[in-house]
Design a binder for this molecule. Sequence first.
Ligand code: UD1
Length: 448
Amino acid sequence: MKIMTVVGARPNYMKAAPIIMAIRKHNKKTAQANAGLAGEIAVPAIDHLLVHTGQHYDALMSDSFFADLNLPAPDVRLGVGSGSHAAQTAEVIKRFEAVLLRERPDVVIVVGDVNSTLGCALVTSKISFDSAGKRPLLAHVEAGLRSFDRAMPEEINRVLTDHICDLLFVTEESALRNLRNEGIAPETVHFVGNTMIDSLIAFKEKAETSTILERLNLRAHAANNGKSGSIARYALLTLHRPSNVDIGDTFLNILAGLEELAADCPIVFPVHPRTQQRIKELGSALQPGMSGTTTNGNGRDSGNHRGGLILTDPLGYLDFLCLMKHATIVVTDSGGIQEETTFLRIPCVTVRDNTERPATVESGTNIIAGTTKEKVEAAIRRQMASEGSNKMPKKWDGRAATRIIDVLVSAYCGRAASRQSAMCSSLGEGVSPSSRGSSGCAPSVLGT
Ligand code: UD1
């Protein structure tokens, strides 16, 4: 059984990494289960290929995540790079088709909602490997999320991807409702949990080995061991959505809404390349006192940390996770960070007008603040005074990727069995699949 997983942009890597880990575990277990069986293979081993579209290509947006998440080097690199939505998606489509025709996988997995997700899903849904129209099973991880805001490029990617996939893996209950309301066949939908949370659970202890707190002067050094010093109060900020940073007034409004917080504690702001560009363009239009201290996060900066912004380059997964774990509050326009703060029970203020992840609000850790100065300020005050929350969305337990692999193997076996049975009856042999299945799969071994 050959599975191809596609990644393209920063938020994809932590969603794909647990799937690759689950495949390794599956293969180990399969080898053991099959060891005693002569001749007949009980459960198929998985041959995995990782495709990187190259939507994100900077070391800080890509390579560092591969290292932090123990991801294998991509087997195929499409090298599409940046461009308009049309140009970027078109390049993904053109280049991915050639790879699919060459590799002919049984399953293609796309994750998340970036342009690479939609581009590769579109190609897979229309490809044909033979005259019978054979094509891979197409699976979407993180299906069904909806902001109901079609001005968001990601919303278009989500809706279209979900409607052309064969298997939809869902992270929260709202997604089940959304897919049902859109008429998606329920038997294609599987509520498995959240692979991004699988990664967080797998790496949250390792994140403590990060030295980012020392590099940003946020941890006082003890005599012999820098790790034992107390950690300063600080906030963590990320902003990268075009609707927030590409429109000058909105960006300045959000920053104005952060001034009160910045006077209280430092705000660490790892700056996405798109936002770095905007900051350069805005220059002196940034509020006084909001330009803060700049550091690349690799060397100790000399700023005082009573307040202001600490700007850094984009950070790696472990550095960022460490910062998130110890933050007093997180302010963000990211989707994934709303989920990670929910799991970590860190108060989060989302500077958007909506969220496609309502479970984070229902769990009590996240507030959807809007983007005006007054609303951002009010939401931050509310979150700073909040008592915290103990609610956790269902199935965010570190086992989502294992559930996904189990479903995929069963679906592959079922498909292989029905194809073989159709072939046999057209040859007049009338062979029906045995309990083991003519595909050679034994689904009973699959449950984990
Ligand atoms: C993309 C995703 C968004 C995701 C975000 C995470 C889409 C539609 N958007 O947005 O959902 O939340 O990634 O970062 O797919 N750039 C670099 N180096 C890189 C990559 C990009 O400098 O490695 C710069 C380029 O100038 C590029 C700009 O950042 O034009 C934006 O990159 P792009 O991939 O178009 O979208 P993101 O804003 O990163």
